[in-house]
Design a binder for this molecule. Structure first.
Ligand SMILES: *Cc1c(COP(=O)(O)O)cnc(C)c1O
Length: 425
């Protein structure tokens, strides 16, 4: 039986893990989802500020001062979200000048912004260097030449694509051939490229191994590997490093059977990691950076849509809702998912109702790709009822093809302490 042939029932457990439930209502920020969407309309993303702050604080506590947290803006680039993490103490990791502007608008100090990305353009580099930036993470020889041509001093790290045994994650970004950074095995050939650079102050190294890592041991072993690369680089340079960026990629569970990243295990490994740094005098004083996106923003977000119609085709119940892949490509399985599996889904105003049927939830687009869930176990739904997709705070609206079929964008709403506000770009 294909995985999607089984009824998918993990929605209510995921809802209970992240949110309060009051009678029939899924609650967010002290309000019922039903009441919030009565005010905002559907389809919409609802972001629970307290849940996002909690994710940040849990991670910060687990890190025990080992690393500074930079929020990876591409996970959810709304300035209000970036600002929330800035208030918690995060810097910003950006991948475009648009994200730079979002971070500045959110009040992140320029020196707390770092910039990675395989194809940084001249205009982008010029804007961030002239306006101020913490560090640029250099990924090509051309980038070195562009920065030199701009002719203003800037701090930089080398982005390294790690060797295969150090990689992990569902969507691999390191280890095999990639456009991201320089291959680890080329390090000795890369450093000479900086020899004549007059404006680039090479202060560190950046290693990002992979996204959606749920295994704490895997994560920590990547970090250990990153530290060993940093030690090697510092020796080759013959000077201490100021920063070591160990990447993002901390996962959150989405699918039946997945469990959260074990932060207690991460915390337990911190003394060892600190000892490892102290073994190498040239990196012992370096600031460690981690740059998660999904882990910080993902679990605090819901995508809510209203049922438009319910119909049966050759034995399958289709629930057509007013939102779809144009807002939430990842939930439709079209953003790098290999086996199509359901995101956790619930009926947020019927939390006590029996799960009477399994239904395929589809959006309004004229393509079978616009399927939000298959064989989801849900209460019996009718037009006007609500569905909510959980784990939708990261890689949602901004990672979706909103122009396809020309429906309006989803509203995005921040809920905190019993009030809500539509937040825009
Ligand atoms: C996307 C990205 C991140 C964030 O990844 P998550 O899996 O969301 O933590 C961090 N660093 C870089 C360089 C990225 O491209």
């Amino acid at each position: 039986m294909a995985p999607t042939d089984k009824p998918q029932t993990h929605g209510p457990a995921f809802a209970a893990a992240s949110f309060d439930i009051s009678e029939n209502d899924l609650m967010i920020g002290g309000l019922s989802v039903r009441d919030v969407v009565a005010g905002t309309g559907t389809p919409c993303f609802l972001y629970d500020a307290a849940a996002m702050r909690r994710a940040y604080r849990d991670l910060e506590t687990a890190l025990g001062g080992f690393a500074d947290i930079y929020y990876s803006v591409k996970a959810n680039p709304l300035p209000a979200i970036v600002s929330l993490f800035r208030q918690e103490g995060a810097g910003a990791e950006i991948a475009s000048v648009g994200e730079y502007r979002a971070a500045i608008k959110a009040g992140v100090a320029a020196e707390n912004i770092i910039f990675a990305g395989p194809g940084k353009g001249m205009a982008e580099l010029r804007e961030v260097i002239e306006s101020g930036i913490g560090e640029i993470h250099i990924e090509s020889a051309e980038e070195i030449a562009r920065i030199e041509a701009i002719g203003r001093p800037v701090k930089a790290s080398i982005r390294i694509n790690p060797v295969p045994d150090a990689q992990a994650g569902a969507m691999r970004m390191g280890g095999k051939a990639t456009a991201f950074g320089f291959d680890e095995e080329e390090l000795e050939n890369v450093l000479p490229l900086f020899k004549d650079a007059r404006y680039i102050d090479l202060v560190g190294v950046h290693i990002y191994g992979g996204t959606q890592i749920l295994d704490a041991d895997m994560l920590v072993s990547q970090w250990r590997h990153g530290i060993s690369v940093a030690a090697r680089m510092a020796e080759m340079l013959g000077k201490p490093l100021e920063t070591i960026d160990l990447g993002g990629g901390l996962g959150i569970p989405y699918f039946a059977g997945e469990t959260p990243l074990d932060l207690a295990k991460v915390a337990a490994s911190i003394p060892d990691l600190k000892a490892l740094l102290n073994e190498h005098p040239l990196i012992a004083e370096a600031h460690i950076i981690i740059e998660p996106g999904r882990f910080l923003a993902g679990s605090g977000g819901l995508y809510v849509a209203e049922v438009n119609s319910v119909k049966t085709s050759r034995g399958t119940t289709f629930v057509v809702v007013d939102g779809g892949m144009h807002h939430h490509l990842a939930a439709s399985g079209n953003l790098g998912q290999i086996v199509k599996r359901n995101y956790p889904i619930v009926a947020p105003a019927m939390m006590q109702a029996e799960h009477e049927e399994t239904a395929t939830i589809v959006g309004p687009l004229c393509t079978p790709l616009d399927t939000l869930a298959r064989n989801a176990a849900l209460p019996k739904l009718k037009a006007g009822d609500l569905i909510a997709i959980l784990q939708s705070g990261a890689y949602g609206a901004s990672a979706s093809p909103v122009g396809f079929l020309s429906h309006p964008a989803a509203k995005e709403v921040l809920v905190e302490d019993g009030t809500f506000e539509v937040i825009g770009r």
